[in-house]
Design a protein around this ligand. Structure first.
Ligand code: ADP
Length: 400
C-alpha cells in the first residue's frame, strides 16, 4: 500500500510517498513559496540526490499537480501512474473537540475542520486548501485527516479546563487542546515495543523537544495531560516561544511598552524562548557552540529549558502515580545528550538514572538507562509522516 502524506502550510506543501508494508519513504519533497515569486519544488527520490525544479506554483492545486508530475516522472519519479497512490493522509493541526481520532475525509469532515478555523487561524486554512487541491487532482483517491490534537482528546476535564469563567469554555471552546499528538502517540507505541510490554500496562512521559516542544503524560496508551494548551505557545520555553508565563505580564507590557495585540503575539511567539533569553539563536546547536565559547546567556537559556523539562517530568510522574519510562524525541530530544542528561539529573530519587556513555548516542532508538534504573529512559526518533501513513492504513482497513 502506497500512501501520500501531505503537510500543507500557507506557502509550502511538504509531501512523502510511503510504502507502508516496508515502512520506507519512496520519495519526498517540498513545494516552497507557493503563490510567491521564485517558487520551486525540491524533490528527493529515495537513494538519489535532491532535485530542485523551478516552477510557477501560483496556488496549492498547481503545486500538487507538479508533485504528481515529479512522482510519476521517468527519471526522478517512483510510480508510473497516480492511480498507484492508494490513499492520501493530511496532517491537520486542529480538530477541536470534534475529532478524537483520524477520519476519512468527506464534505462533513471538511466543514468540521473549517469550524475549527478560529482555534488555529494560521494552520487550519492552508490545511483545508491542501485537502481541496488533492480532491481536485485525485478525486477518486480516499483521503484521511490526521489531527495534531486528536490524541489529547482523552485528557480528563480537570486537566484540560482553565480556571476562567466557565461560560468562556462554552462560548469559545477555550480550553487546553495539546499538540504534537501524532508524535506522542507514535513514540508511546514504539516505547512499548522497545520495552516488550503492552502499552495498556505502561505509564509513560513522552518529551517531544524540537523547535516546538511539548511533554505528555501517557497513561496506558492515553494522553492524560500535556504541556501545550489552547495554542502551541503554552508549556515549555521553546526556540522562539515563551512557554508558560504569568498572564499578567501581557497587560503589564501593553501598558509600559505601549504594545499592541500584534506586538505581544510577535514577542511571545517569535522573539522569546531560548532565542530571547540567549540573544544568540533559537537553535540548540548554535547555543551549544556559544556555551563552549563561554556565553553565559546561552548557558542560562539551556538551563531554563532543562529545568522546565525536569519540572514537567516530576509533575507528570505525580499525575500518573508513577512512571515506567521517560521518552525523549524530536530534534533536541533525539540528538542533544547534554539536555537529556541535565533534564533528568537529580531525579534518581524517582528511579531515573541514565548511563552517560549510552546517552552519547544520537538519533537512533536506544535505552539509555543505567542498568540499575527502575525507570527506563528511552531515545526514540519520531516519524510523524510514517505515523500518519499508519493511521491512514488503519482507517482504510476499518472501512473494509
Ligand atoms: P521542528 O519542531 O521544527 O520539527 P526539530 O524537531 O527539527 O524541530 O528540532 C529542532 C531543534 O533540534 C534545533 O534546536 C536543533 O538544534 C536541534 N537539532 C536538530 N538536529 C540536530 C542534530 N543532528 N544535532 C543536534 N541538535 C539537533
Amino acid at each position: 500500500m502506497k500512501i501520500l502524506v501531505i503537510n500543507s502550510g500557507s506557502s509550502s506543501l511538504k509531501y512523502q510517498l510511503i510504502d507502508i508494508a516496508s515502512r520506507t519513504v519512496l520519495a519526498k519533497g517540498v513545494c516552497d513559496r507557493i503563490g510567491l515569486e521564485h517558487s520551486f519544488i525540491k524533490h528527493t527520490k529515495a537513494g538519489s540526490d535532491p532535485v530542485v525544479i523551478d516552477r510557477n506554483l501560483c496556488d496549492h492545486r498547481v503545486a500538487l499537480k507538479e508533485v504528481i508530475n515529479a512522482l510519476t516522472d521517468k527519471n526522478i519519479g517512483v510510480i508510473s501512474d497516480v492511480s498507484e497512490i492508494d490513499a492520501v493522509g493530511h496532517r491537520i493541526v486542529h480538530g477541536g473537540e470534534k475529532f478524537r481520532e483520524a477520519v476519512l475525509i468527506d464534505d462533513n469532515v471538511i466543514q468540521a475542520i473549517k469550524d475549527c478555523v478560529d482555534l488555529a487561524p494560521l494552520h487550519n486554512p492552508p490545511n483545508i486548501t491542501g485537502i481541496e487541491a488533492c480532491m481536485h487532482i485525485m478525486p477518486d483517491t480516499p483521503m484521511v485527516a490526521v489531527f495534531d490534537t486528536a490524541f489529547h482528546q482523552t485528557m480528563p476535564k480537570h486537566a484540560y479546563i482553565y480556571a476562567l469563567p466557565y461560560n468562556l469554555y462554552e462560548k469559545y471552546g477555550l480550553r487546553k487542546y495539546g499538540f504534537h499528538g501524532t508524535s506522542h502517540k507514535y513514540v508511546s507505541e514504539r516505547a512499548a515495543a522497545m520495552l516488550n510490554r503492552p502499552l495498556s500496562e505502561l505509564k509513560l512521559i513522552t518529551c517531544h523537544l524540537g523547535n516546538g516542544s511539548s511533554i505528555c503524560a501517557v497513561d496506558r496508551g492515553k494522553s492524560v495531560d500535556t504541556s501545550m494548551g489552547f495554542t502551541p505557545l503554552d508549556g515549555l520555553p521553546m526556540g522562539t516561544r515563551s512557554g508558560s508565563i504569568d498572564p499578567a505580564v501581557i497587560t503589564f507590557l501593553m501598558e509600559k511598552e505601549n504594545m499592541s495585540e500584534k506586538d505581544i503575539n510577535d514577542l511571545l511567539n517569535k522573539k522569546s524562548g531560548v532565542l530571547g533569553l540567549s540573544e544568540v539563536s533559537s537553535d540548540f546547536r548554535d547555543l551549544e557552540q556559544a556555551i563552549e565559547e563561554g556565553n553565559e546567556k546561552a548557558s542560562l537559556a539551556v538551563d531554563v529549558f532543562c529545568y522546565c523539562v525536569k519540572k514537567y517530568i516530576g509533575a507528570y510522574a505525580a499525575v500518573l502515580g508513577g512512571v515506567d519510562a521517560v521518552v525523549f524525541t524530536a530534534g533536541i530530544g533525539e540528538n542533544n545528550d547534554f539536555v537529556r542528561s541535565k533534564a533528568v539529573s537529580g531525579l534518581e530519587f524517582m528511579g531515573i538514572r541514565i548511563d552517560e556513555a549510552k546517552n552519547k548516542t544520537r538519533g537512533v532508538e536506544i535505552d539509555i538507562s543505567a542498568p540499575d534504573a527502575k525507570v527506563r529512559t528511552l531515545v526514540i526518533p519520531t516519524n510523524e509522516e510514517l505515523a500518519i501513513a499508519r493511521e491512514v492504513k488503519e482507517i482504510l482497513e476499518k472501512r473494509k
